[in-house]
Write a protein that binds this ligand. Structure first.
Ligand code: NAG
Ligand code: NAG
Ligand code: NAG
Ligand code: NAG
Ligand code: NAG
Ligand code: NAG
Ligand code: NAG
Ligand code: NAG
Ligand code: NAG
Length: 722
């Protein structure tokens, strides 16, 4: 493209560009322009008011979202936009548009296929930059009001904060080009990487106009413009569908092109990404849970990418596994705020659950599979390269640091089974496991999933690894970890148990149901209601957070507990919650609610678990997968000839568990349309529950494709009778 005349810096954006960090090797970065051996992969997903377009080839990959308000859209939330999300560097470009007339809701934007290539998106593949281009259509005059060029994390913060805050952007260049187009570009805080966004009139659309106001904007006429979104940042090496899947699962590629293309889009040689567009980077919990649910269909490369990514990011000081990496422009910005002049990656270590998944993932692959056994030695001899802090450590040393941490923090409760010895959230943090929005645990400090499932499962895995020859410095772990596990497995549930007498359950459900205008269905209450609360040790209210939930799935999926009477009563109440309709239990036509605050009897608690809350009365796809697979694992134990648990012989109970399993699968099958989404909400209308996208209600959008929501590629209904 030709730059004409002036290049300017937006006045509003005063952040000094002085003190830039020393340029890194990207100076010499050059992208390959040789042709790819495989055809480019493309996917279109409609998700009104968003259209999603994916493009990947051997050079780059991108997810483009075009949002256009629809009749009935909340215009304060849904605004016309073009969003480009790039996995490499968790990077992106956002162009937020407004109707030139100023009247919200009167501008529609859409992508149109290229008249030359016939495709929605074409690659930009120059030696100096990579990206995508396409044709965007405005049905009326439009104005680009907010550009954000840099990090997806910045775009997510901006979108959820809802306000215009440019402090993380530094300065932009605006230029008008000879062909009537305009370019906005921004050099990242690293001083080297640049993101460019260019609009060029097509088919006689009017030239783009630059408005030099307080914040500079671009004006467009009605019609089509080609957009070119590009940047010069090192790209990731994507695992194509046949590389991410095990050979035995390759038929899925033709059977499920959407899910396998999506899985490939999120899978790279050195990490798997949590979802797109909002979480387009490493998340330890998400990738390990996905791996564990999908293990039978994943390739060695994919499994080792997951485990390797976690090991690379372990905090060597205390063995904590990394929750979320911070890379790219956002990392440089955070480093700079800390007075560090560097674009080195950072890690968020605030979660308390991620550690436990690591030995489980290691054991399930490196001990339980032949491929894993064979590759173990080479894999664990690798030295860490991602965090400079971990220089000189190999994967085995890093794995041991996490195992040592687990053994250290599990010991007090193994010695004395009192509440204070359970695992708490970190002191200064409101969150710590998967329900990681501020109200997700209802204020509780000791989460149910971590204590009643992940700790004992992690300990069992450490014991198994030790028996297989891992951690030779701690040969006692084969016994010690097993002993600890038994205690954690047998003696934690009681701390979370809540029993609500039948009469009060009935009135609590009636009150709650009427407060949210859904039927109460109290006829399904046939006795006292028992459940295990989300957490204990809330600062106010009862000691157990009185919110029914789906986290039973962790115990079912991760543990084969051995106290048979305890397992029977546990399975009985899980099955009840699936068979009883919400708000008595958890079931609705749109899925299992991950939380049900009916039994709290508290309007404040109910309000904090509303259908607009990320971890409120909403449905998460992967929780359905883990519940389905967890029940299948327990039912699977009944075919063991010598140590089937008691519930297998209790015909009423066994039948109830099978009925719950089948009911769950009926619900899953009825929700195929949204299973690959991250999370969804609902409305009650015309006598039933209907799916509503969370992003229609609040600024927190659901990712249209989430790694752990793709696990239904591997998780299927099994036949346990009816
Ligand atoms: C580069 O992009 C052009 C334009 O879309 C395309 O025709 C060409 O095949 C691409 N080349 C490579 C090597 O991907
Ligand atoms: C553009 O689309 C919006 C939303 O559909 C509509 O309200 C508006 O009337 C359209 N404008 C024109 C000029 O067609
Ligand atoms: C924008 O790009 C132009 C041309 O490459 C360059 O001279 C200018 O410094 C860039 N501005 C910013 C803020 O990156
Ligand atoms: C690693 O753990 C230590 C000890 O808990 C802590 O002081 C340090 O801040 C952690 N590192 C990072 C990068 O968070
Ligand atoms: C719940 O109650 C509503 C209204 O009374 C009824 O239509 C519906 O069938 C009931 N659902 C179940 C699962 O019993
Ligand atoms: C099994 O768990 C129950 C509580 O559900 C407890 O009363 C019993 O003592 C436990 N049995 C054994 C053998 O630990
Ligand atoms: C609801 O959430 C708010 C904000 O986190 C919190 O301050 C309040 O205590 C919560 N209310 C209840 C009843 O838990
Ligand atoms: C529990 O048993 C089932 C059925 O045999 C099996 O599929 C599952 O892997 C076991 N789970 C654990 C954690 O060992
Ligand atoms: C369950 O039944 C089988 C045979 O039907 C029997 O061998 C086994 O001992 C029984 N297990 C229990 C725990 O009752």
């Amino acid at each position: 493209m030709a730059f004409l005349g002036f290049l300017v810096t937006v006045a509003l954006i005063a952040t000094a560009t002085a003190g830039l960090i020393a340029p890194v090797s990207q100076e010499s970065l050059s992208f390959s322009t040789s042709s790819c051996s495989d055809a480019a992969s493309r996917l279109y997903l409609s998700d009104s008011p968003h259209d999603n377009y994916f493009y990947s080839d051997c050079h780059t990959s991108a997810h483009v979202i075009v949002t256009s308000p629809q009749p009935g859209s909340n215009l304060d939330i849904v605004k016309p936009r073009l969003l480009v999300a790039w996995p490499a560097g968790n990077s992106g470009a956002l162009a937020l548009f407004a109707p030139e007339t100023g009247q919200q809701g009167t501008l529609a934007v859409s992508l149109e296929k290229s008249t030359t290539s016939g495709e929605w998106l074409d690659p930009i593949n120059q030696s100096t930059r990579v990206g995508v281009s396409g044709s965007i259509k405005f049905n009326d005059t439009a104005r680009l009001t907010v550009p954000i060029l840099g990090s997806i994390r910045s775009i997510r913060d901006f979108t959820e904060g809802g306000s215009v805050s440019h402090d993380f952007q530094g300065s932009f260049g605006f230029s008008l080009n000879a062909d009537g187009g305009a370019t906005v570009n921004r050099t990242w805080f690293d001083g080297v990487t640049t993101t460019w966004l260019t609009f060029t009139p097509l088919n006689g659309a009017q030239a783009v106009k630059l408005n030099k106001e307080a914040a500079w904007t671009l004006s467009f006429g009605a019609g089509n413009y080609r957009f070119d979104a590009s940047y010069n940042y090192p790209q990731l090496d994507q695992l194509g569908p046949s590389e991410v899947l095990d050979q035995s699962a390759s038929s899925l590629i033709s059977q499920n092109p959407d899910q396998t293309t999506s899985l490939s889009f999120l899978s790279y040689t050195d990490k798997l990404l949590a979802g797109t567009w909002r979480f387009l980077t490493y998340f330890g919990r998400d990738s390990m849970i996905s791996m564990l649910l999908m293990q039978p269909i994943l390739s060695e490369s994919a499994i080792e990418a997951v485990i390797g990514a976690v090991l690379e990011r372990v905090n060597r000081t205390d063995g904590t596994a990394c929750h979320e990496e911070v890379i790219g422009d956002y990392a440089t910005w955070l480093n700079r705020k800390d007075g560090i002049s560097s674009s080195k990656p950072r890690c968020d270590y605030k979660m308390i659950d991620t550690d436990f998944y690591l030995p489980i993932a290691m054991k399930n692959y490196f001990v339980d599979t032949q491929d894993g056994q064979q590759r173990s030695k080479t894999f664990f001899a690798k030295t860490a390269t991602f965090l400079s802090e971990n220089n000189g450590l190999n994967y085995m040393q890093l794995a041991q640091l996490t195992a040592e941490k687990i053994m250290r923090i599990a010991a007090p409760f193994a010695n004395s089974q009192v509440e204070e010895n359970l695992i708490h959230l970190n002191n200064d943090q409101p969150v710590g496991e998967w329900r990681d929005s501020n109200n997700g645990l209802g204020g509780g400090r000791i989460p149910y999933d971590v204590n009643a499932a992940l700790v004992p499962a992690g300990l069992r895995a450490i014991a198994a690894l030790s028996r297989a020859g891992f951690f030779p410095d701690h040969s006692d772990w084969a016994d010690t970890a097993e002993d600890y596990a038994q205690i954690w497995e047998d003696s934690t549930l009681q701390f979370f148990q809540v029993t609500v007498p039948k009469a009060s359950a009935t009135s609590l459900v009636q009150n709650y149901a009427s407060s949210i205008s859904v039927p109460a269905n109290v006829s399904s209450i046939t006795g006292d209601i028992t459940y295990f609360g989300l957490a204990v040790d809330a600062p106010t209210g009862p000691s157990v957070v009185p919110v029914m939930n789906t986290d039973d799935c962790f115990r079912l999926f991760f543990l084969n507990t051995t106290n048979a009477s305890q397992l029977s009563s546990f399975l009985s109440q899980t099955a009840d919650h699936i068979l009883q309709p919400f708000p008595v239990g958890l079931s609705t036509d749109v899925g299992l609610m991950v939380a049900n605050p009916a039994y709290a009897g508290d309007a404040g608690v109910a309000a904090n678990f509303s259908k607009q809350d990320y971890h409120g009365t909403v449905v998460w796809s992967w929780q359905l997968a883990m519940m389905g697979q967890g029940l299948a694992r327990q039912l699977g134990r009944c075919s063991s000839s010598n140590d089937a648990p008691d519930f297998c012989n209790d015909s009423d109970l066994h039948a109830k568990v099978v009925a719950a399993y089948n009911r769950l699968w009926d619900i899953i099958d009825a929700n195929q349309a949204q299973l690959s989404y991250e999370v969804w909400s609902w409305r009650y209308a015309g006598g039933g529950y209907e799916v509503v996208q969370l992003g229609d209600l609040v600024t927190t959008e659901s990712d249209v494709r989430q790694l752990w929501s793709l696990t239904f590629l591997a998780v299927h209904r099994e036949d346990f009778g009816s």
